[in-house]
Design a protein around this ligand. Structure first.
Ligand code: CO8
Length: 261
């Protein structure tokens, strides 16, 4: 799908940073089928585009990153329809993107919105951000990692309070709990996200991809296996030209010329 054909998102690429902006502000960027399809399609295009080195996902307007899956679209679904269309599964494919992803969250990140933010590698929150998983109040449960990624990010006590009790986390609480990497003033959110993406984009892409892979693996493997995996990936870095160049540049007190090789 060409970038200018998207209906529910805006996309741009600048200085090697791809930005995907959810853009249904009248519905607080609620995630309908179209949004979910377009976000993943755009991310996959950027993942394959050598001009993009980091991807930012954000929401249009100050009020919401995304206020959840689209309740109006889901309300009449039967179990059979949800099962056969694999409701939400497509958005989960964002986890397969190899390039680093940053969620820049201002305003509401509720339900599927919170889950989308947690799918990113790094979550930066504006001081206006509000996180929550209110699904049980609608007679459902989180369906895109809310019961899994949240508990890994903030631990059982907070996750249970949020998922069962409908507690909302402010940006500061989200940072303290380990969900957000950083809280910044809302007016500076995109500049901060771009600065972070820029630092990532300046590094060797294969090294960044290996580092991301290893960190994510830590969530899924016992420590000993994770350490073994990391060690093998570390050793393999010595096959990279960027390792030779990066270390030579340090010794010669100059900037490295990164080639992603
Ligand atoms: N779906 C559809 N429309 C929505 C949603 C939503 N999730 N959230 C807000 N809207 C719409 C409202 O209906 C309203 O539209 P309209 O003007 O036509 O009436 C417009 O956005 C503005 O919303 P409000 O008037 O409600 O704005 P307020 O400032 O009063 O309140 C809130 C803001 C608190 C965010 C409120 O809108 C709200 O509670 N929204 C719903 C939050 C929620 O329950 N989210 C969870 C949804 S379930 C879910 O995400 C399951 C995920 C499972 C995995 C993904 C699978 C697809």
């Amino acid at each position: 799908m060409a970038h200018d054909e998207y209906e529910t998102i805006k996309v741009s690429t600048e200085d090697a940073i791809g930005t995907i902006t959810l853009s249904r502000p009248k519905a607080l960027n609620a995630l309908n089928d179209k949004v979910m399809e377009e976000v993943v399609a755009a991310a996959e295009v950027m993942d394959a585009d050598p001009a993009v080195r980091a991807i930012i996902i954000t929401g249009d307007g100050p009020k919401a990153f995304a206020a959840g899956a689209d309740i109006k679209e889901m309300s009449t679904l039967t179990y059979s329809e949800a099962f056969h269309k694999q409701l939400g599964a497509r958005l989960g494919r964002l986890a397969d993107v190899r390039k680093p992803t940053i969620a820049a969250v201002a305003g509401y990140a509720l339900g599927g919105g919170c889950e989308l933010a947690m799918l990113a590698d790094i979550l930066i929150a504006a001081d206006t951000a509000v996180f929550g998983q209110p699904e049980v109040t609608l007679g459902v449960i989180p369906g895109l990692g809310g019961t899994q990624r949240l508990v890994r990010a903030v631990g059982k006590a907070k996750a249970m309070e949020v998922v069962l009790g409908g507690a909302r986390l402010t940006a500061e609480q989200a940072e303290r709990a380990g969900l957000a990497a950083r809280v910044v003033p809302a007016a500076e959110l995109m500049a901060e996200a771009r600065a972070l993406a820029g630092r990532i984009a300046a590094a060797s892409a294969p090294a960044v991809a290996k580092a991301k892979d290893c960190v994510l693996r830590a969530l899924e493997t016992p420590l000993a296996e994770g350490l073994r995996y990391e060690q093998r990936e570390f050793w393999s870095c010595f096959a990279l030209q960027d390792q030779k160049e990066g270390m030579a540049a340090f010794i010669e007190k100059r900037k490295p010329v990164i080639q992603d090789k």
